[in-house]
Design a protein around this ligand. Structure first.
Ligand code: NAD
Length: 429
């Protein structure tokens, strides 16, 4: 396409390193591999459809007022309503949320869910707020972005710093405006209020399922495998627990409070109990404390970044001592780190398939809410494993047939589906 027709969003600050630039670099890599007839639409992948910035004022418990900046971005809605998490973190920015929304567009298409991609966030340190302040913040934010929300328009879910209680407040706030309970407006809700069994562990379960599939193809058995995980929140903790349940050894863990290791395998439940009581991973029973960079040099079979984006830099990639990286987080690997890992023969299983378990069970929750018929946990987990297994098989086939990295293979499948939907719907007006 002639570059004079390429819009340069003023708010994206082209060339500035960060998650959005990482996403654009990933699109550049897949562009030459997409079906020829779809090329004319590729610009749609480089532009978020809608970005909403909102001021979220709240009354603090002290009586003072505080203002927080919030966002909701709908990157692409060609395949269905917007779907994607809500992040509470002091460093959240518009361009970060744009990237996270775009990754949801690709991910939902790779797993073939009937959704577009969206994401939201508030620049806030949630731990600094009381529960009552957090509730006021969430309700005011839900009300401010309410013009975009709806079960057939845009459906948030938990992400970093948010949980099922936050989702329940959003559902209630939206429902108040509608005059009736609208369960399907968010997913990741409490099971007691329209949530799905299995949603809490779904992302971690999907990470372990996809790791097992990829390891099987490399002839690496999961029982006895050495696994290191960055992040011990919703995704990292569930992945650690489920890896250990299936016979792997968790040899190192890192979160924002510190890093720990145990050659013989950490006791995940004991580490969690210690972290909950002490507020830190450091000093966990039977574990040795590590410094941040030593964590990335841990000798292991599988490294799972499950914290924030941009963590696996080229510098860290040069020192990784693993066979495979399985991305639990969104966007943890920078494009130059991807290149280093490819040269070093380390397989990278990308976020858009590896962490899709969460949105897959969110989809099940949405379906259950519509039908008011709730499934057993065994049914949820069986359907999760089936859908993720099929999606991974398709990605692996493209990877082998076209001799391209797994990330590019996943993007070929996902971006083709998005652009096909765009093509058949046509351009309005
Ligand atoms: P969470 O808030 O529950 O946990 C985040 C974890 O990251 C915490 O353990 C925190 O200590 C750690 N962390 C933060 N900064 C760190 C740093 N600088 N160094 C090391 N550790 C750090 O969040 P989550 O829901 O587990 O999400 C983690 C990642 O997985 C994010 O990239 C998120 O977008 C992605 N993800 C989450 C879901 C989901 O269902 N929750 C689904 C798909 C992808």
């Amino acid at each position: 396409m002639d570059t004079k027709y390429r819009a340069q969003p003023s708010y994206a600050r082209p060339g500035e390193p960060g998650a959005w630039e990482t996403y654009l670099a990933q699109v550049e890599r897949v562009a030459p591999l997409l079906p020829k007839g779809l090329h004319r639409y590729i610009e749609t992948l480089r532009q978020p459809k809608r970005c909403l910035i909102v001021d979220v004022p709240i009354r603090l418990d002290s009586g003072e007022y505080a203002h927080f900046e919030g966002y909701r971005v709908q990157h692409n809605l060609s395949r269905g309503p917007g779907k994607g998490g809500l992040r509470y973190h002091p460093d959240v920015s518009l361009t970060e949320v744009m990237a996270l929304a775009a990754w949801m567009t690709v991910k939902n298409a790779v797993v073939n869910l009937p959704y577009g991609g969206a994401k939201g966030g508030i620049r806030v340190a949630p731990d600094d707020l009381s529960r009552a302040e957090l509730e006021r913040l969430t309700r005011r934010y839900a009300s401010e972005i309410g013009i975009l929300l709806g079960p057939d328009r845009d459906v948030p879910a938990p992400d970093v710093g948010t949980d099922e209680q936050v989702m329940a407040w959003i559902m209630d706030t939206y429902s108040m405006g509608q005059g009736g309970t609208v369960l399907g407006v968010v997913t990741g809700k409490p099971v007691s209020m329209g949530g799905s069994l299995g949603r809490h562990d779904a992302t971690g379960r999907g990470v372990v399922k996809i790791a097992r599939e990829a390891m099987g193809r490399l002839g690496l058995p999961l029982p006895g495998a050495r696994v290191a995980i960055q992040g011990f929140g919703n995704v990292g903790e569930a992945a650690a627990r489920l890896f250990a349940e299936q016979g792997a050894k968790i040899v190192a863990l890192q979160d924002h409070t510190g890093s720990i290791a145990d050659e013989s395998g950490l006791d995940v439940a004991a580490v969690k109990a210690h972290r909950d009581a002490a507020g830190s991973l450091r000093g966990a029973p039977g574990a040795q404390d590590l410094d941040t960079e030593s964590f990335w040099r841990t000798r292991c079979d599988v490294m799972v970044p499950a914290a924030l984006e941009g963590q696996l830099t080229a510098e860290r990639a040069r020192h990784l001592a693993c066979r495979m990286v399985v991305e639990g987080a969104n966007g943890p690997t920078t494009p130059d780190a991807d290149d280093v890992l490819r040269e070093r023969g380390i397989t990278v299983v990308p976020d858009v398939i590896a962490n899709a378990g969460g949105v897959t069970v969110s989809y099940f929750e949405w379906v259950q809410d519509f039908s008011s018929f709730f499934w057993s946990e065994a049914d949820v987990n069986a359907n999760l494993e089936r859908i993720m297994g099929e999606a991974f098989r398709a990605v692996w086939e493209v990877h082998v047939e076209r001799r391209i990295p797994l990330r590019t293979a996943a993007y070929v499948i996902g971006c083709t589906r998005v652009l096909e939907a765009h093509a058949v719907r046509g351009l309005y007006p």
